[in-house]
Write a protein that binds this ligand. Structure first.
Ligand code: GDP
Ligand code: IMO
Ligand code: MG
Length: 424
């Protein structure tokens, strides 16, 4: 059985936890999009792992981990991730494969991300400054891109880095009056990256197809969320990959028809980090309650996440675009204690009621949510393991999410730990 886990909102839905749980029954876990902008949390007892580039399956000692061609690899972050796990006696030595076709995020990408955001002032996108946009631009532009395979031929790379530095320095000076980057320093860092990462670097597409032929079970781990998809999200307030399920085939070379199930992950409410429209946002004491109770601060940047009600219009759109089969509904416990819960069932735009999500920032920013209000519960649900032991109003809420989205909720999160999970 091959399964793909996809965020259905604006990221941080709890994909890391879901992937970690499902990895128990998978041979291979594959990251195929995004880069160090992602932060996937896995909690195992007292240990809390924040994974940025490594698949969330890395925490399990026997799972094979693949970083496929679609990932933007920041080698500093990846090496740190490998070393952090090694300190906890989790070794990746014989079970990590990195695509030779994956693009490399270098220091000048992060610098460009930061300079661009600063120069935009109040119009900035609120990126994670992890260099994703500039690296993606170089990938699409081709001439100045560096891929993992380029780290194999250091002599050739040396010349290439000089060409890139000359080009980037003209831009940095002309547009931002910024300090130049040093090709020599870049090359020195690349030599270290080559030493540490070349042993893992290979043709991951070939490996995945062989694994499928051998009957291995593969778990594909999407980063970000469908509403941040470059083509189908709330452009321009999106990331630089196809983070809906549409990005999975291109991101790892495995056609979607080889995946048996697409599992969408959503929170029982909505969060967003960075700028962009968010119709159900609660910039008030309700949003603050959710932020405090749910620990809604960025795993990657530490930024407070914007919080609001569950948006069935947005989630249904992500389900439709991504052909999602079933839903994991996380953070049900975080809603406990609220006076009442709201679910957005439609928007009003220009006096018209609509139920199909307008994936366009200008249009979406005019959307006024139309809510349905349901009762909440006060009981602590963090130790509940059977759906029928949940308070009636919590069960009703989950059923209402199913009715509104048209998909079964098969996993429910009632806390960050592995065992704080209800399977249906
Ligand atoms: P991801 O990017 O989708 O993997 O999500 P993040 O790791 O960025 O953010 C999710 C946060 O919620 C992490 O701190 C998780 O440990 C935590 N979490 C996941 N599921 C649940 C849940 O059901 N309840 C609670 N309270 N926390 C959860
Ligand atoms: P995970 O995988 C939440 C957001 C940023 C910003 C926009 C563009 O942990 O769910 P970028 O740095 O990608 O150019 O920023 O996308 N963003 C995320 N938000 N979770 C993520 O990843 C995100 N990755 C990017 O906050 O709004
Ligand atoms: Mg995250």
């Amino acid at each position: 059985m091959n399964c793909c886990v996809i965020g259905l909102q604006w990221g941080d839905e709890g994909k890391g936890k879901v992937v970690d749980i499902l990895a128990e029954h998978s041979d291979i876990v594959v990251r195929y999009n995004g880069g160090a902008n992602a932060g996937h949390t896995v909690v195992v007892g007292d240990s809390r792992f924040a994974l940025h580039i490594l698949p969330s399956g890395s925490v399990r000692p026997n799972t094979i981990c693949v970083i496929a061609n679609g990932v933007f690899i920041d080698p500093d972050v990846l090496i740190e991730g490998i070393e952090t796990l090694a300190k906890k006696e989790i070794t990746l030595d014989d079970r990590l494969l990195i695509s030779e076709n994956a693009h490399v995020v270098l220091d000048y990408h992060k610098k460009e991300d930061q300079l661009r955001e600063e120069s935009l002032g109040k119009n900035k996108l609120g990126t994670t400054i992890r260099g994703i946009g500039p690296c993606c631009a170089d990938k699409v532009g081709r001439s100045y891109a560096v891929r993992m395979a380029d780290l194999r031929d250091l002599e050739k790379l040396k010349t290439k880095l000089q060409t890139i530095a000359d080009y980037k320095n003209k831009i940095f000076a002309a547009l931002y009056n910024a300090e130049p980057i040093s090709a020599g320093r870049l090359f020195k860092k690349c030599k270290t990256y080559a030493d540490k990462l070349m042993p893992f670097t290979t043709d991951t597409t070939k490996f995945l197809h062989k694994s499928i032929a051998d009957g291995k079970s593969i778990l594909f781990e999407g980063a970000q969320g469908s509403l941040l998809d470059l083509d189908h999200g709330t452009f321009p307030f999106v990331t630089s990959s196809n983070s809906s399920s549409l990005g999975m085939p291109a991101g790892c070379g495995v056609p979607a028809k080889m995946v048996d199930k697409f599992l969408g992950v959503a929170k029982a409410y909505t969060t967003r980090v960075g700028a962009g429209p968010f119709p159900t946002e609660q910039d008030n004491e309700i949003g603050q309650y959710i932020r405090d109770k749910g620990g809604e601060y960025g795993t990657t940047t530490g930024r407070p996440r914007r919080c609001g009600w569950f948006d069935a219009v947005a989630v249904s759109y992500a389900i439709t675009v991504g052909a999602i089969d079933c839903v994991a509904l996380m953070h049900l416990d975080t809603l406990t204690g609220l006076k009442e819960i709201k679910l957005c069932k439609a928007y009003k735009i220009d006096g018209q009621e609509i139920t199909f999500f307008p994936a366009n920032a200008a249009k979406l920013s005019q959307a006024c949510p139309i809510y349905e209000t349901v009762p909440c519960w006060d009981e602590d649900i963090t130790q509940v393991s059977d759906f029928h032991d949940l308070p009636a109003s919590a069960q009703d809420f989950v059923c209402r999410v199913e009715e509104m989205t048209g998909k079964p909720v098969t996993i429910i999160g009632v806390g960050p730990e592995r065992n704080q999970t209800i399977f249906r």
